[in-house]
Design a protein around this ligand. Structure first.
Ligand SMILES: [Zn+2]
Ligand SMILES: [Zn+2]
Length: 219
């Protein structure tokens, strides 16, 4: 929490302030390249579009983190949790921020030209859903499970054993589960009892903070 949410986000925020300043010096207005006229759009609609697009882009990036071996080595930090708990949501390699951000920024620039003013509300909502997804509770929001990612669904994303014939993973959703249902990557078997978390050969994965941080750069 201290490293990812405090130190690293402060550093990356500074980086975007600097690039924003350099961008404004080019004289190119960000909203001049936007597809949508956000100025004439209701704030709630802006936020909804922002939320859906952001989530879809993250869903695609997340699949990339599993499919591409170099990226998977960074994502292993998140999958090294052996027990669910909200803090598992905060356990990830800082390179994930670097990998997720460009595609998200690109999509938002194309659509709006800039991040909607109230975007922080979407971020808070996503963080809350993310914390709940990693909570060790049997909660699936009833019929809303087809729309929202939930603890019951996300625990199978962390399962060490993958369904037969699957090598990459299942349930890649971040806040929304709908993408997994549309693209047939949803998997929620009806079983009770303990689910072993982790990944293949996770016993060889380093335990310490520093070693986990350098692992992705070395392998
Ligand atoms: Zn994952
Ligand atoms: Zn997770």
């Amino acid at each position: 929490m201290f490293f990812n949410f405090f130190i690293f986000s402060t550093v990356i925020q500074g980086f975007y302030v600097v690039t924003g300043l350099l961008f404004s010096k080019t004289g190119l207005h960000q909203d001049s390249i936007a597809l949508l006229d956000a100025g004439n759009m209701h704030t709630a609609l802006q936020l909804l579009i922002f939320f859906i697009v952001n989530d879809f882009v993250q869903w695609i990036t997340h699949i990339g983190l599993h499919k591409i071996p170099v990226l998977w080595n960074f994502h292993k930090v998140h999958h090294s949790v052996k027990e669910m708990g909200f803090a598992a949501h905060l356990r990830y390699h800082w390179m994930e921020n670097v990998l997720y951000k460009p595609l998200k920024t690109f999509a938002v620039m194309i659509l709006f030209g800039f991040e909607p003013e109230m975007a922080f509300m979407v971020h808070f909502f996503s963080i809350s859903i993310g914390h709940l997804n990693h909570a060790n509770i049997k909660l699936s929001y009833g019929p809303l499970k087809y729309l929202l990612n939930n603890p019951v669904m996300h625990i199978w994303h962390h399962s060490k054993e993958l369904p037969k014939g699957q090598t990459v993973g299942v349930n890649f959703g971040i806040s929304l589960s709908i993408w997994d249902y549309i693209f047939k990557t949803a998997y929620i078997p009806k079983v009770n009892g303990e689910i072993e978390l982790g990944f293949d050969k996770d016993e060889e994965f380093p335990q310490g903070f520093l070693k986990q941080n350098v692992y992705g750069f070395r392998t």
